[in-house]
Design a protein around this ligand. Structure first.
Ligand code: GLC
Length: 434
């Protein structure tokens, strides 16, 4: 009986094993396909770090981009306010290997370092020279390194002098051309109690001070580092005169004793409170000064190119922000789609209208919609066209750090301008040798 049963069962045994195996394989395949399908339905996520102040305006154009590209999401991550601190964060994440950021929102001075270190994708194959020529030349150049392009311009920038038109008009002064004019007008208005301070500028030890000093160097006929020859000009008589001027503003109480704590935002808020005649800042402060409800100077101020030594020219530091793509991103094509959109005319116009930042597309400086809001844009274009780049060298972060330290040493009275700039020049030469 048992053997009969066995005979009956045996023919089916191998078949049912195979069947089970087949069913199992089918299930595995289906679940792999299923999870791939679920995974494939997930949007691609790109991340980017930026300062908190910019996030609301960025979110606006990110929303537009996401609506047009349903498969891509952009996560905006808030970083510290000072540009050099954000640079440090990006640097640390690159050094650790797999950067959590796909899009790299870069200050114009970071590109050579990041490109030289091999942290960014070369974008030159993705865009033609003809398309690039639609952007401000300085902004494009700031993104080039050797034969590659590592940063697409988003917003441009140039340092300017802000002046209180109402106070100057009432006292019969024209806006100052020279540093001597600025000192004289400041003293006159301060002595009449029209304003507590004459001139607010960025004296804090950070990147903003380096940008501000580039303008002074140019205005006194000096230079920092020649990018071609690597010759350092920081200890030239012109550079020393530039620093002496800044020191005089504090010594003569034209600028506050706490100037070594002043960055762009501190200067802007003090200027908006109506306490100062002049301020050095980027153009973004214009919209805020005219619209923030707490501003006491709405409609009462103008902007113009920076003051300079007699017989010389104004210098504006070329600033600005652009987008690069991390070499370790898993989504280079989606990232490029985002870069293309954010640098488009449509996205820039919307962002600039809402924020008061400066576009990087040449045509937007004469765009009727933007000019209706910011009448100074056509003039600003000329200023930015002749602006000065901070040295576009791979060691820029260290060079800037040296300059910031010695500017601070002189401004806090620990060294004379000559001692400070001689030491800064020597350290910078050493840096560029290595
Ligand atoms: C602005 C400029 C940038 C500069 C920074 C300094 O953001 O656009 O280029 O480095 O100010 O604080």
């Amino acid at each position: 009986m048992r053997s009969q049963l066995r005979r009956l069962q045996t023919p089916f045994k191998p078949l049912s094993k195979r069947l089970r195996y087949l069913l199992l394989s089918l299930l595995v395949c289906l679940s792999v396909i299923g999870s791939y399908w679920v995974w494939a339905q997930q949007p691609v996520r790109l991340s980017m770090m930026l300062q908190g102040q910019e996030i609301p305006n960025w979110q606006m154009i990110v929303d537009d981009f996401e609506a047009q590209n349903p498969g891509i999401k952009v996560d905006l991550i808030e970083g510290p306010n000072a540009t050099n601190l954000r640079e440090d964060l990006y640097t640390t994440s690159f050094l650790l290997g797999d950067s959590p950021y796909d899009l790299i929102y870069m200050d114009i001075v970071w590109a050579p370092k990041f490109a030289a270190a091999g942290w960014l994708l070369d974008l030159s194959d993705r865009i033609s020279e003809a398309e690039l020529s639609e952007f401000m030349a300085g902004d494009v150049d700031g993104g080039r390194y050797e034969d590659g392009l590592y940063r697409m311009p988003f917003r441009s920038d140039g340092g300017m002098l802000y002046y209180r038109q109402d106070l100057l008009d009432a006292a019969g002064f024209d806006p100052p051309e020279t540093t001597a004019d600025l000192l004289q007008i400041s003293k006159a208005l301060q002595s009449q109690d029209k304003a507590q301070w004459g001139y607010l500028w960025q004296g804090k030890q950070y990147e903003g001070a380096a940008a501000m000093f580039v303008e002074m160097l140019e205005g006194f006929g000096g230079y920092w580092v020649n990018p071609e020859t690597k010759v350092v000009g920081l200890d030239s008589p012109e550079a020393i005169e530039a620093l002496k001027f800044l020191q005089t503003t504090v010594a003569d109480k034209i600028s506050p004793p706490g100037t070594t704590a002043i960055d762009e935002e501190v200067a802007r808020l003090q200027f908006q409170s109506g306490n100062a005649v002049f301020m050095r800042n980027w153009p973004y402060a214009w919209k805020l000064g005219n619209t923030e409800p707490s501003s006491k100077i709405q409609g009462k101020f103008g902007i113009k190119p920076m003051v300079h030594a007699a017989g010389l020219n104004s210098g504006a530091c070329q600033g600005g922000w652009g987008l690069g793509i991390s070499k370790t991103t898993r989504h280079p094509d989606a990232a490029w789609r985002a870069v293309e959109y954010f640098s488009s005319t449509e996205a820039q116009r919307k962002f600039m209208l809402a924020s008061g930042f400066v576009p990087s597309r040449q045509a937007l400086f004469t765009d009727p919609v933007l000019v209706a809001e910011y009448e100074y844009l056509p003039d600003l274009k000329k200023v930015i066209e002749s602006s000065v780049l901070r040295p576009p060298i791979a060691q820029y972060a260290q060079a800037s750090d040296i300059l910031q330290r010695y500017l601070s040493a002189a401004l806090t009275g620990r060294q004379t301008p000559t001692e400070a700039l001689q030491a800064a020049a020597q350290e910078t030469r050493q840096l560029l040798k290595t």
